[in-house]
Design a protein around this ligand. Structure first.
Ligand code: ATP
Ligand code: MG
Length: 243
Protein backbone atom coordinates (compact mmCIF):
# COMPACT_ATOMS: atom_id res chain seq x y z
CA UNK A 1 0.00 0.00 0.00
CA UNK A 2 1.12 3.53 -0.75
CA UNK A 3 -0.23 6.17 1.56
CA UNK A 4 0.06 9.85 0.65
CA UNK A 5 -0.47 12.16 3.62
CA UNK A 6 -1.02 15.92 3.41
CA UNK A 7 1.44 16.25 0.56
CA UNK A 8 2.76 19.60 -0.67
CA UNK A 9 5.18 20.01 -3.57
CA UNK A 10 6.56 23.43 -4.45
CA UNK A 11 8.81 23.98 -7.45
CA UNK A 12 10.82 27.22 -7.56
CA UNK A 13 9.12 28.67 -4.45
CA UNK A 14 6.01 29.53 -6.45
CA UNK A 15 2.45 28.37 -5.92
CA UNK A 16 2.61 24.73 -4.83
CA UNK A 17 1.90 22.16 -7.55
CA UNK A 18 0.31 19.96 -4.86
CA UNK A 19 -1.47 21.46 -1.88
CA UNK A 20 -2.40 19.03 0.87
CA UNK A 21 -3.03 15.86 -1.11
CA UNK A 22 -4.10 12.84 0.95
CA UNK A 23 -4.83 9.60 -0.87
CA UNK A 24 -4.26 5.87 -0.35
CA UNK A 25 -3.40 3.38 -3.07
CA UNK A 26 -4.19 -0.22 -2.11
CA UNK A 27 -2.51 -3.38 -3.40
CA UNK A 28 -3.90 -4.74 -6.65
CA UNK A 29 -5.95 -1.66 -7.55
CA UNK A 30 -6.25 0.01 -10.96
CA UNK A 31 -6.47 3.73 -10.17
CA UNK A 32 -6.74 6.62 -12.59
CA UNK A 33 -5.62 10.17 -11.84
CA UNK A 34 -7.44 12.75 -13.94
CA UNK A 35 -7.59 16.55 -14.11
CA UNK A 36 -6.74 19.55 -16.24
CA UNK A 37 -3.26 20.20 -17.56
CA UNK A 38 -1.21 21.66 -14.69
CA UNK A 39 -3.45 20.19 -11.97
CA UNK A 40 -0.51 18.20 -10.57
CA UNK A 41 -1.00 14.68 -11.97
CA UNK A 42 2.61 14.11 -13.03
CA UNK A 43 3.90 15.70 -9.84
CA UNK A 44 1.81 13.31 -7.74
CA UNK A 45 2.96 10.27 -9.68
CA UNK A 46 6.61 11.32 -9.44
CA UNK A 47 6.44 11.78 -5.67
CA UNK A 48 5.20 8.17 -5.39
CA UNK A 49 8.62 6.81 -6.35
CA UNK A 50 10.78 9.64 -5.09
CA UNK A 51 11.48 11.36 -8.43
CA UNK A 52 10.09 14.53 -6.84
CA UNK A 53 10.63 15.40 -3.16
CA UNK A 54 7.72 16.77 -1.17
CA UNK A 55 8.14 20.11 0.57
CA UNK A 56 5.70 18.93 3.25
CA UNK A 57 3.79 15.76 4.04
CA UNK A 58 4.66 12.10 3.59
CA UNK A 59 4.63 9.24 1.13
CA UNK A 60 4.55 5.91 2.97
CA UNK A 61 5.29 2.80 0.93
CA UNK A 62 4.42 -0.32 2.95
CA UNK A 63 4.78 1.92 5.98
CA UNK A 64 8.27 3.19 5.01
CA UNK A 65 8.67 6.94 4.66
CA UNK A 66 9.99 7.33 1.13
CA UNK A 67 11.74 10.66 1.77
CA UNK A 68 13.78 9.17 4.62
CA UNK A 69 15.12 6.19 2.67
CA UNK A 70 18.62 6.31 1.22
CA UNK A 71 21.07 4.15 -0.70
CA UNK A 72 20.26 0.46 -0.88
CA UNK A 73 16.90 0.78 0.86
CA UNK A 74 15.76 3.40 -1.62
CA UNK A 75 17.01 1.34 -4.58
CA UNK A 76 15.18 -1.74 -3.31
CA UNK A 77 11.98 0.20 -2.93
CA UNK A 78 12.29 1.85 -6.35
CA UNK A 79 12.68 -1.57 -7.92
CA UNK A 80 9.25 -2.46 -6.61
CA UNK A 81 7.68 0.61 -8.21
CA UNK A 82 7.90 0.58 -12.00
CA UNK A 83 7.42 3.75 -14.04
CA UNK A 84 6.09 3.92 -17.61
CA UNK A 85 6.42 7.22 -19.48
CA UNK A 86 4.44 8.79 -22.29
CA UNK A 87 7.47 8.69 -24.58
CA UNK A 88 8.38 4.97 -24.14
CA UNK A 89 12.10 5.54 -23.31
CA UNK A 90 13.47 2.65 -25.38
CA UNK A 91 16.93 2.25 -26.85
CA UNK A 92 16.15 2.34 -30.58
CA UNK A 93 19.29 0.54 -31.75
CA UNK A 94 18.96 -2.31 -29.26
CA UNK A 95 16.77 -5.36 -29.72
CA UNK A 96 13.43 -5.73 -28.00
CA UNK A 97 14.94 -8.42 -25.76
CA UNK A 98 17.87 -6.18 -24.78
CA UNK A 99 15.47 -3.38 -23.96
CA UNK A 100 13.46 -5.66 -21.69
CA UNK A 101 16.61 -6.99 -20.01
CA UNK A 102 17.41 -3.42 -18.95
CA UNK A 103 14.52 -3.91 -16.50
CA UNK A 104 16.66 -6.54 -14.75
CA UNK A 105 19.61 -4.19 -14.15
CA UNK A 106 18.30 -3.20 -10.73
CA UNK A 107 19.01 -6.78 -9.67
CA UNK A 108 22.65 -6.83 -10.83
CA UNK A 109 25.72 -5.71 -9.01
CA UNK A 110 27.06 -2.52 -10.69
CA UNK A 111 30.14 -4.36 -12.03
CA UNK A 112 28.11 -7.13 -13.58
CA UNK A 113 25.59 -4.80 -15.20
CA UNK A 114 28.48 -2.81 -16.67
CA UNK A 115 29.60 -5.86 -18.59
CA UNK A 116 26.05 -6.76 -19.51
CA UNK A 117 26.06 -10.20 -17.97
CA UNK A 118 22.59 -11.56 -17.36
CA UNK A 119 21.64 -14.84 -15.73
CA UNK A 120 19.39 -17.49 -17.22
CA UNK A 121 16.69 -16.31 -14.84
CA UNK A 122 16.90 -12.78 -16.27
CA UNK A 123 16.34 -14.07 -19.81
CA UNK A 124 13.45 -16.20 -18.63
CA UNK A 125 11.77 -13.23 -16.95
CA UNK A 126 12.33 -11.06 -20.01
CA UNK A 127 10.73 -13.71 -22.23
CA UNK A 128 7.77 -14.12 -19.88
CA UNK A 129 7.29 -10.36 -19.80
CA UNK A 130 7.27 -10.18 -23.59
CA UNK A 131 4.74 -12.99 -23.65
CA UNK A 132 2.49 -11.08 -21.20
CA UNK A 133 2.45 -8.00 -23.44
CA UNK A 134 1.93 -10.18 -26.54
CA UNK A 135 5.22 -9.36 -28.28
CA UNK A 136 7.13 -12.65 -28.28
CA UNK A 137 7.26 -12.53 -32.08
CA UNK A 138 9.21 -9.24 -31.93
CA UNK A 139 11.89 -10.46 -29.47
CA UNK A 140 14.85 -9.97 -31.87
CA UNK A 141 13.67 -6.87 -33.75
CA UNK A 142 15.26 -3.50 -33.18
CA UNK A 143 13.44 -0.98 -31.03
CA UNK A 144 13.06 1.47 -33.91
CA UNK A 145 11.30 -1.14 -36.09
CA UNK A 146 8.22 -1.13 -33.87
CA UNK A 147 5.04 0.95 -33.95
CA UNK A 148 4.34 3.38 -31.10
CA UNK A 149 1.91 1.00 -29.42
CA UNK A 150 4.39 -1.87 -29.67
CA UNK A 151 7.14 0.34 -28.22
CA UNK A 152 4.95 1.17 -25.27
CA UNK A 153 4.24 -2.53 -24.71
CA UNK A 154 8.00 -3.23 -24.76
CA UNK A 155 8.40 -0.46 -22.18
CA UNK A 156 5.74 -2.19 -20.07
CA UNK A 157 7.53 -5.55 -20.50
CA UNK A 158 10.77 -3.88 -19.36
CA UNK A 159 8.99 -2.64 -16.26
CA UNK A 160 7.43 -6.07 -15.67
CA UNK A 161 10.87 -7.72 -15.84
CA UNK A 162 11.75 -5.55 -12.88
CA UNK A 163 9.11 -7.58 -10.91
CA UNK A 164 7.37 -4.53 -9.48
CA UNK A 165 4.47 -4.52 -7.04
CA UNK A 166 3.15 -1.29 -8.52
CA UNK A 167 3.35 0.24 -11.99
CA UNK A 168 3.01 4.01 -12.30
CA UNK A 169 2.19 5.24 -15.79
CA UNK A 170 2.21 8.92 -16.77
CA UNK A 171 -0.07 9.46 -19.79
CA UNK A 172 1.02 6.14 -21.34
CA UNK A 173 -1.37 6.38 -24.29
CA UNK A 174 -1.22 10.13 -25.01
CA UNK A 175 1.13 9.64 -27.98
CA UNK A 176 -0.84 6.75 -29.48
CA UNK A 177 -3.79 6.44 -31.82
CA UNK A 178 -7.05 5.24 -30.31
CA UNK A 179 -6.63 1.61 -31.27
CA UNK A 180 -3.03 1.26 -30.03
CA UNK A 181 -4.05 3.10 -26.87
CA UNK A 182 -6.75 0.52 -26.25
CA UNK A 183 -4.29 -2.37 -26.71
CA UNK A 184 -1.91 -0.73 -24.20
CA UNK A 185 -4.73 -0.20 -21.66
CA UNK A 186 -5.85 -3.83 -22.15
CA UNK A 187 -2.26 -4.86 -21.44
CA UNK A 188 -2.28 -2.95 -18.13
CA UNK A 189 -5.62 -4.53 -17.23
CA UNK A 190 -4.25 -8.00 -17.92
CA UNK A 191 -1.19 -7.30 -15.78
CA UNK A 192 -3.41 -6.16 -12.92
CA UNK A 193 -5.67 -9.18 -13.20
CA UNK A 194 -3.10 -11.92 -13.84
CA UNK A 195 -0.12 -10.67 -11.83
CA UNK A 196 -2.02 -8.72 -9.17
CA UNK A 197 0.22 -5.71 -9.78
CA UNK A 198 -1.34 -2.34 -8.89
CA UNK A 199 -1.64 0.14 -11.73
CA UNK A 200 -1.73 3.88 -11.08
CA UNK A 201 -2.18 5.81 -14.27
CA UNK A 202 -2.48 9.48 -15.28
CA UNK A 203 -4.92 9.94 -18.12
CA UNK A 204 -6.33 12.94 -19.89
CA UNK A 205 -8.95 10.84 -21.68
CA UNK A 206 -11.86 10.58 -19.24
CA UNK A 207 -13.71 7.93 -21.25
CA UNK A 208 -10.64 5.70 -21.15
CA UNK A 209 -10.23 6.36 -17.41
CA UNK A 210 -13.86 5.42 -16.76
CA UNK A 211 -13.58 2.30 -18.86
CA UNK A 212 -10.44 0.81 -17.28
CA UNK A 213 -10.00 2.19 -13.76
CA UNK A 214 -11.63 0.84 -10.59
CA UNK A 215 -11.23 4.18 -8.85
CA UNK A 216 -10.62 7.73 -10.02
CA UNK A 217 -8.80 10.52 -8.23
CA UNK A 218 -9.72 13.95 -9.62
CA UNK A 219 -7.05 16.61 -9.10
CA UNK A 220 -7.84 20.30 -9.41
CA UNK A 221 -5.31 23.07 -8.72
CA UNK A 222 -3.11 20.69 -6.76
CA UNK A 223 -5.91 19.38 -4.52
CA UNK A 224 -8.04 16.22 -4.53
CA UNK A 225 -11.52 17.19 -5.77
CA UNK A 226 -12.84 13.63 -5.60
CA UNK A 227 -11.58 10.14 -4.87
CA UNK A 228 -14.24 7.56 -5.59
CA UNK A 229 -15.08 4.25 -7.18
CA UNK A 230 -15.46 4.83 -10.90
CA UNK A 231 -19.11 3.79 -11.00
CA UNK A 232 -19.96 6.36 -8.29
CA UNK A 233 -18.58 9.28 -10.28
CA UNK A 234 -21.25 11.44 -11.87
CA UNK A 235 -21.13 13.56 -14.99
CA UNK A 236 -21.38 16.60 -12.67
CA UNK A 237 -18.18 15.52 -10.89
CA UNK A 238 -16.42 15.40 -14.25
CA UNK A 239 -17.84 18.76 -15.35
CA UNK A 240 -16.69 20.31 -12.04
CA UNK A 241 -13.22 18.89 -12.54
CA UNK A 242 -12.73 20.41 -15.98
CA UNK A 243 -14.52 23.74 -15.43
N1 ATP B 1 10.04 20.85 -13.02
C1 ATP B 1 9.17 21.84 -12.75
N2 ATP B 1 9.59 23.06 -12.40
C2 ATP B 1 8.72 24.06 -12.11
N3 ATP B 1 7.38 23.93 -12.16
C3 ATP B 1 6.90 22.74 -12.52
C4 ATP B 1 7.76 21.62 -12.83
N4 ATP B 1 6.97 20.55 -13.15
C5 ATP B 1 5.70 20.97 -13.04
N5 ATP B 1 5.63 22.27 -12.66
C6 ATP B 1 4.40 23.05 -12.42
O1 ATP B 1 3.64 22.34 -11.46
C7 ATP B 1 2.25 22.35 -11.80
C8 ATP B 1 1.72 20.93 -11.96
O2 ATP B 1 2.37 20.33 -13.07
P1 ATP B 1 2.18 18.81 -13.47
O3 ATP B 1 3.15 18.53 -14.54
O4 ATP B 1 2.23 17.97 -12.25
O5 ATP B 1 0.69 18.83 -14.03
P2 ATP B 1 -0.09 17.74 -14.89
O6 ATP B 1 -1.43 17.61 -14.28
O7 ATP B 1 0.72 16.52 -15.04
O8 ATP B 1 -0.26 18.47 -16.32
P3 ATP B 1 -0.33 17.83 -17.79
O9 ATP B 1 -1.72 17.28 -17.96
O10 ATP B 1 -0.09 19.01 -18.69
O11 ATP B 1 0.73 16.78 -17.90
C9 ATP B 1 2.14 23.19 -13.07
O12 ATP B 1 1.79 24.51 -12.70
C10 ATP B 1 3.54 23.16 -13.64
O13 ATP B 1 3.82 24.31 -14.36
MG1 MG C 1 1.53 15.52 -16.66
Amino acid sequence: MISVQDLYVTYDKRTPALRGVTVDFYDGEFVGIIGLSGSGKSTLLKTLNGLVTPSKGKVLVEGNNLTQLKGKELRNLRREIGFVFQEFNLVDRSSVLENVLIGRLGYQSPVKSFFGIFKEEDYQLAEESLDTVGLTAKTFERGDQLSGGQKQRVAIAKTLAQEPKVILADEPVASLDQNSGKVVMDTFKRIQQIHGISIIVNLHDVDLARKYCDRLVGLKDGKVLFDQKTEEISDDDITGLYS
